[in-house]
Structures are given as structure tokens and as C-alpha cells.
Design a binder for this molecule. Structure first.
Ligand SMILES: [Zn+2]
Length: 417
């Protein structure tokens, strides 16, 4: 059996003062139990201050490790507790696991890697762990990552809301548009949701922020104005959010018109909602021809679409004065359209034009925010129901936070390919 012990000492990376005492292989249960102990003469240190301390007692602990030859593998050790004059009775640090975890660091690394490829249920099944155990690994990983994270100068921010589970529940997501990472996730989509983020930043960091892209949402604007110096020059209503407003307005025109046509017993075009949300340049040739026919049927929605489409070209300006004049002309056109939803959208844009022009002159693009948003949609689709908001928030940090998630011990022996 001594060969076995040496083998396991090598596999587990067990070093002095720790040694493998016993390896028990239970073929029936497909279970390997490795017992580890530290040499009795060892002087241990306080985990908080690192000072050598007298021993207090030992506690038996166990950790799930990577399977060996498809056998479940468990480490068992009597872990000493020390009595530090300053910090009290504490369990010493072990080289193979982080405090409070029932898994070795290598096992946590493997779970973290797998979670990048598959959803929680699949990883749980494959690694013979429970959903809650995987969730625990994720929570510890995020906590570690957030503790290690440095929020250096952040020049461009994006603020967005995203719904989850039941469609009327929301979280607010703040992202770093330059590094493509989520910085902060808060409950709801209120003024207070965003206040919590500003509170994390130093006055120096606040001063270095150049642009904050957001939806034309009064709560976010108010919070930003309260916390960010010269906010009115930095708040940007970006292209993505303006396009969403206009697409919604076109869709409202379509629905209203369809109702009118149905009431009059006329032909009602079916399944065209997404047709009106596309750009003709992106359509395949055949679809483009039928789109042009549809548009030219002098439907009201065709006119609404033309107004929306014209707004796309207003983002090409770089001078504030020119951009303002062009948008004002467009607003005048939309207001004269006799299409109530388009008029309403135009009035919103007129009131918020300052922020739209900020986005144009500061060249705020939302490409990064869109790719993060796509990732968040993926998280939603992967989680067959986040049982609560905290888990959803945690998953966003885990997958989109750009965090260093690996346990300290594990990462030294852990290689990523
Ligand atoms: Zn201490």
C-alpha cells in the first residue's frame, strides 16, 4: 500500500508537513478515500496573521477531489485549530482547499472551467455533484473575484436593465464598455439601484468617467446627475436604446393599423413585426423585393418605418451643431406624420436630444454592451429557472464580470490550455 500512498501524495500535491496516511479503495462503492495528516511536531500558524501559535484541537474535515479512474475521491484530514492571542481559535489553512469549501481547489477549478461550457445541471450530472454544490462553487468564485478585482480608471460605462424569470422582475447591470465586463448588478431598475454603484467609486474614479450610456430612463438619469460631476455632458442615450424606442413605435403603428383593417374587413398582413425591425441592406434579395412591395402598399406602418429608417443616418454626424439641426428636422417630420406612436417617440427624443447628441459627439458605441447582453440572454436560457434573484446576479458576475475566479491554491497547479 505504500506505493499507493506515494502515488496519491504526488497526485494531490501533498507536501510536508502533510503526508498521506492511508488510501482506501472501495470497489463496490467506486470510492477512494485518502486520509491525510500533518506531522505531530509541526508548529502551525494563525490563518489571519501568520504568527506561529499553540495548537488548540483538531477537527476532522473532508473534501471532494477530482475522480481518480472514475472513482469518487474524497480527502479526509484532521485539521488542527490554533489559538492566536489576537484572533482567537481558528482552523489553519490547508494547501489543498480554501477555508469553508468542501472541495479541493483543483476540484473547484475543474467545476469553474466546466461552467464556461455547460449549464449548472449538466455540470452537476457530469461531476456527480448537486445543483447546490455547484452553486456554492460559483458563489465562492464570484466572491473571490470581486475581492481581487481592481476598479482602475473606467472611462466609459453602460447602464442597462434586464428582466429575468417572471418578466416583470428586473436587475440593473452596469458595465465597463471598454473592457467588456459587468461591474455591478443591482436589484430592480430604480434610482437606488444605480446609487449603489456610484458609492463604490472614489472621487478620482468618478472624475475620470467620460461617458455613461443608458436608456432614456428618468431613474438612471437622476441617479447619475446626483453622483457624477458634469453629468449632463456625459450621459448618453445611445443608438441601441433610441433604435429600440423607434422599433417599439413602429410596432405600435403596425398593431393599430392591423386592428383598423380587421375592423374594416380589409386584408391584414401577417407576421410582419420583425420585418419592420430589420434594415433592408441586411435582407436577402427575395425578401427585400417583398419588403419593398409591402412598404409601397401605402400602409401606415410603411410610413412609420421610413421615419425610423431615416433616423439611422442621423448618427453619422460628429459636430454637435450639425447633429442637433439634423435631429430637429427629423423630429419635425415625425411630429407631422399623423401617426400617434411616432409622434410620441419624437416628443421623447425632443426632450432627450441633449443626451442623444452627447452619444453622437462622444462616439459612444454599444457593441460591447450588446455582446454582454447576448451573454446575459445565454445565461437566462441556460438556467432552467433561477430560483432567486441572487443566483441570477451571481451568474452574471461569474460569466460576464471578467473576474479571476480560481482558488489561490488550485491556480498554482492549475493549467489552462
Ligand atoms: Zn492571528
Amino acid at each position: 500500500m505504500s506505493d499507493n500512498k506515494d502515488l496519491y501524495a504526488a497526485i494531490l500535491g501533498v507536501r510536508a508537513p502533510w503526508q498521506v496516511m492511508e488510501v482506501d479503495v472501495d470497489v463496490k462503492q467506486e470510492l477512494v478515500t485518502v486520509t491525510i495528516a500533518s506531522r505531530a511536531s509541526t508548529q502551525h500558524a494563525c490563518p489571519t496573521c501568520g504568527q506561529p501559535c499553540p495548537g488548540y484541537d483538531v477537527r476532522r474535515r473532508s473534501w471532494r477531489h477530482l475522480d481518480t479512474c472514475q472513482f469518487k475521491t474524497v480527502l479526509i484530514a484532521d485539521v488542527p485549530r490554533v489559538q492566536c492571542g489576537e484572533h482567537g481559535v481558528l482552523q489553519i489553512l490547508t494547501p489543498w482547499a480554501e477555508p469553508g469549501s468542501g472541495f479541493t481547489s483543483l476540484m473547484e477549478c475543474l467545476v469553474i472551467d466546466w461552467l464556461g461550457e455547460a449549464n449548472i445541471s449538466a455540470v452537476a450530472r457530469r461531476m456527480r455533484l448537486t445543483w447546490d454544490e455547484i452553486d456554492g462553487v460559483m458563489q465562492r468564485a464570484v466572491r473571490r473575484g470581486l475581492d481581487r478585482r481592481k476598479l482602475e480608471a473606467i472611462a466609459r460605462l453602460g447602464v442597462d436593465e434586464t428582466s429575468f424569470q417572471k418578466r416583470h422582475e428586473y436587475v440593473t447591470v452596469v458595465s465597463d464598455l471598454e473592457r467588456n465586463r459587468v461591474l455591478y448588478v443591482a436589484d430592480e431598475r430604480t434610482h437606488e439601484s444605480l446609487d449603489g454603484f456610484w458609492a463604490l467609486l472614489t472621487p478620482e474614479q468618478l472624475r475620470k468617467i467620460e461617458a455613461v450610456a443608458m436608456d432614456m430612463c428618468a431613474a438612471y438619469v437622476r441617479s447619475t446627475r446626483e453622483h457624477l460631476p458634469e453629468a449632463d455632458k456625459k450621459i448618453c442615450f445611445d443608438r441601441f436604446h433610441v433604435a429600440k424606442l423607434l422599433n417599439d413605435a413602429v410596432n405600435a403603428v403596425r398593431k393599430q393599423e392591423n386592428r383598423e383593417r380587421a375592423a374594416a374587413g380589409e386584408y391584414v398582413p401577417k407576421h410582419t413585426k420583425y420585418v419592420w425591425a430589420q434594415n433592408p441592406e441586411n435582407m436577402p434579395r427575395e425578401r427585400r423585393v417583398s419588403f419593398e412591395l409591402l412598404r409601397d402598399c401605402a400602409l401606415k406602418v410603411g410610413r412609420a418605418w421610413a421615419i425610423k429608417d431615416a433616423a439611422r443616418w442621423l448618427w453619422t454626424y460628429s459636430m454637435r451643431g450639425w447633429a442637433e439641426r439634423a435631429w430637429k428636422r427629423w423630429i419635425g417630420w415625425a411630429l407631422r406624420s399623423r401617426l400617434e406612436p411616432m409622434k410620441k417617440a419624437a416628443r421623447t427624443i425632443r426632450a432627450q436630444l441633449w443626451g442623444i447628441v452627447n452619444a453622437i459627439v462622444l462616439h459612444v458605441t454599444n457593441a460591447g454592451a450588446e455582446s454582454l447582453n447576448a451573454k446575459i440572454q445565454w445565461i437566462k436560457s441556460q438556467a432552467c429557472g433561477f430560483r432567486n434573484r441572487e443566483r441570477f446576479k451571481n451568474a452574471i458576475y461569474f460569466h460576464c464580470g471578467g473576474l479571476d475566479l480560481y482558488p489561490a491554491h488550485g491556480s498554482t497547479t492549475h493549467t489552462t490550455s
